[in-house]
Design a protein around this ligand. Structure first.
Ligand SMILES: [Fe+2]
Ligand SMILES: [Fe+2]
Length: 251
């Protein structure tokens, strides 16, 4: 029977499939690290800049940790297919701050800071869900579990931080604007997540030699998750809650 667990185990036991999974994970984290470092450099408020920098350092560390898992398995990172590149597709659909903007030296204005925080909140929700899903499958895996546990812990800090900063700004009279942005970003993100999921299934089907019915079943699963998210889950992605940990990215 096809289950999340059986699919992940199949990927884990196949070198090229594991190589692609870890490469996708490493690239997403490393890119998050770079973006946060640039945002920190362009943030005028030194307290917020310190938090963004710490966030970036965590993401860079996560990228290195996934890279280390690859090297431990005797594998190199492989290029991430563009259609499976979650961060770049989000950027292409106008979610978050584009690379071209971050390459400029002009400090971010308050609207751009807001875009950064809303992007962080939505993508950290997803990152936290994903790493926890992997942890449920690989919790007993002596190689993967320690790395996944560290990352899952860090993602709680990142989510807490994003909630805390957005709640602060909401309390300063930006509540409606932030709620509208969270909704727009959440709805865009779930569509990107679906598209990337379908691309991932196609690549894994090729690497693992899945039958057409198996590939279709998984594609149907991805589409069904999207419909559920479109109807319900986006509200959780977009909701602001009191942070689990306060001042999680503070010094
Ligand atoms: Fe991360
Ligand atoms: Fe994170």
């Amino acid at each position: 029977m096809i289950s999340t667990r059986s699919i992940y185990q199949e990927i884990r036991n196949d070198r090229p499939a594991f190589q692609l999974l870890m490469s996708i994970a490493a690239k997403g984290e490393t890119q998050g690290g770079w973006e946060n470092e640039r945002i920190a450099a362009l943030t005028g408020d030194p307290v917020l800049a310190g938090k963004v920098l710490r966030h970036g350092a965590d993401e860079t560390k996560h990228g290195l940790m996934f890279g280390k898992l690859l090297r431990k398995a005797g594998l190199d990172e492989v290029p991430v297919p563009p259609e499976a590149d979650y961060c770049m597709i989000l950027e292409a659909r106008g979610i978050g701050l584009p690379h071209a903007r971050l390459d400029r030296s002009q400090p971010l204005d308050s609207e751009e800071i807001l875009q950064y925080l809303v992007h962080s909140k939505i993508t950290e929700e997803r990152a936290s869900d994903e790493v926890n899903r992997m942890l449920r499958v690989f919790g007993e895996d002596p190689e993967l579990a320690p790395t996944l546990r560290v990352i899952a812990e860090d993602e709680i800090n990142h989510l807490s931080y994003a909630h805390e900063e957005l709640l602060k700004l909401s309390g300063q009279g930006n509540g409606d604007r932030i709620a509208r942005m969270l909704k727009a970003y959440a709805l865009a993100e779930i569509a990107v997540y679906r598209d990337v999921g379908l691309a991932f299934v196609r690549h894994m089907a090729r690497l693992l030699g899945w039958s057409r019915p198996k590939q279709w079943a998984l594609e149907l699963g991805v589409s069904a998750v999207y419909r559920l998210e479109r109807a319900f889950t986006w509200r959780r992605l977009a909701a602001l809650r009191p942070p689990l940990r306060s001042n999680a990215m503070g010094s």
